[in-house]
Design a protein around this ligand. Structure first.
Ligand code: KG4
Ligand code: ZN
Length: 347
């Protein structure tokens, strides 16, 4: 079965073709970074308009590159939530209508299920069950995963998401949108002796439970940055040190909670997905800390950690292949709890 996946929940227009027999046939992505950068963040109306401008040319390019035509498609999967209402509706309208015109099934995909399953696109996919840590711009979630659609929430952020903490901290350090990758790049340049002068809190690590909180950490960074500024030492090297110490605190918090979740659920496989899972320090910390515990981390390649069409094509293909499909109504859900998803027939 050949499935077209469409992602348009935020600031990337992503399309991909996934074949259940031969894997990923191609993918195309347009990032709206240049469009939103002057505003320091995503402007929802501009995002929607840009998605509608990009979808058709991206689809044409994707089909051409894969040497396929619309008639070769057997199903269409589109992100229906969570995300920005307008942006979601553009992809949903496009995907649902195209499927109707071709007489093939369509499926509304949960964006976070897309992220969660993305590591299954890699050559060594994790077997079920596993614990998943989902870290994106809008969500920080720990979930026990027994199969596709069998998700049991273990913990979540009570305030900012991990990616949001990266973005807000980057902003206060004077870095452009999108903050996460910029902050990570700056942190790479830090001098370890300067980094050692900062030790930011590991929020909620001392308390039992699997919830996260990142807003206090952001405030600590703000205080430290102000102090450095007042002391006249807030140059680029000091900013890099603060960025690295912040990154260390987030990574340590995420890995500590993930380890705790693995122990609690008696699992040995950890899936980490979502934009923040592209972070190289997080990837390095997992590779170092999990094996001594008899556990292993499964991550998608960085391009499949951030928003993309491939993960939507894949999640959609799994469910379409099991016979699921969405009706003719065109709908989107800006808020959509992951736990509301139903298990697939053979999940
Ligand atoms: O999953 P994603 O692409 O979009 C959402 O579903 O939100 O995640 C975007 C988030 C942003 O907050 C971005 O700053 C963060 O992921 N991010 C990173 C890195 N790459 C993306 N954060 C830290 N380090 C990175 N390398
Ligand atoms: Zn995402």
């Amino acid at each position: 079965m050949r499935v077209l996946g469409i992602e348009s929940s935020c600031d990337e227009t992503g399309l991909a073709l996934y074949d259940t027999a031969s894997g990923l046939l191609g993918d195309a992505l347009h990032s709206q970074v240049d469009l939103h950068t002057t505003y320091g963040g995503v402007v929802p109306e501009l995002a929607s308009r840009d998605h509608s401008r990009r979808l058709l040319p991206l689809l044409e390019g994707l089909l051409k590159e894969a040497q396929l035509t619309l008639d070769d498609l057997n199903g269409i999967a589109y992100t229906a939530g969570p995300g920005l209402m307008g942006a979601l509706l553009v992809g949903a309208t496009f995907g649902r209508s195209l499927a109707f015109s071709l007489g093939i099934p369509a499926l509304a995909v949960h964006h976070m299920e897309g992220h969660l399953l993305a590591p299954l696109l890699e050559p060594e996919p994790p077997a079920f069950p596993f614990v998943a840590l989902l870290v994106s711009g809008g969500h920080t979630l720990l979930v026990d995963v027994e199969g596709i659609g069998r998700y049991h929430p273990l913990g979540e952020s009570i305030d900012d998401a991990a990616g949001e903490a990266f973005d807000k901290t980057a902003k206060l350090l004077g870095l452009p949108y999108p903050g996460g990758p910029h902050l990570a790049a700056l942190a790479e340049t830090a001098d370890p002796t300067r980094v050692a002068r900062y030790r930011f809190p590991r929020p909620m690590v001392d308390r039992p439970g699997l919830d996260f909180s990142f807003s206090g950490l952001k405030t600590s960074v703000l205080t430290a940055t102000r102090r450095a500024e007042e002391a006249g030492r807030l140059d680029d090297a000091e900013r890099a040190a603060i960025a690295a110490a912040f990154e260390e605190a987030v990574v340590d918090t995420l890995v500590t909670k993930a380890e705790r979740a693995l122990a609690q659920q008696k699992r040995e496989r950890l899936v980490i997905a979502g934009g923040v899972s592209a972070n190289s320090r997080l990837r390095a910390a997992l590779a170092e800390r999990l094996p001594p515990l008899g556990a292993r981390a499964f991550l998608a390649r960085p391009a499949l950690c951030t928003d993309n069409g491939a993960m939507i094509a894949f999640a959609g293909a799994c469910r379409l292949q099991a016979g699921e499909q969405t009706g003719l109504e065109i709908g989107a859900r800006p808020r959509w709890p992951l736990a509301e998803l139903e298990p697939i027939a053979h999940g």
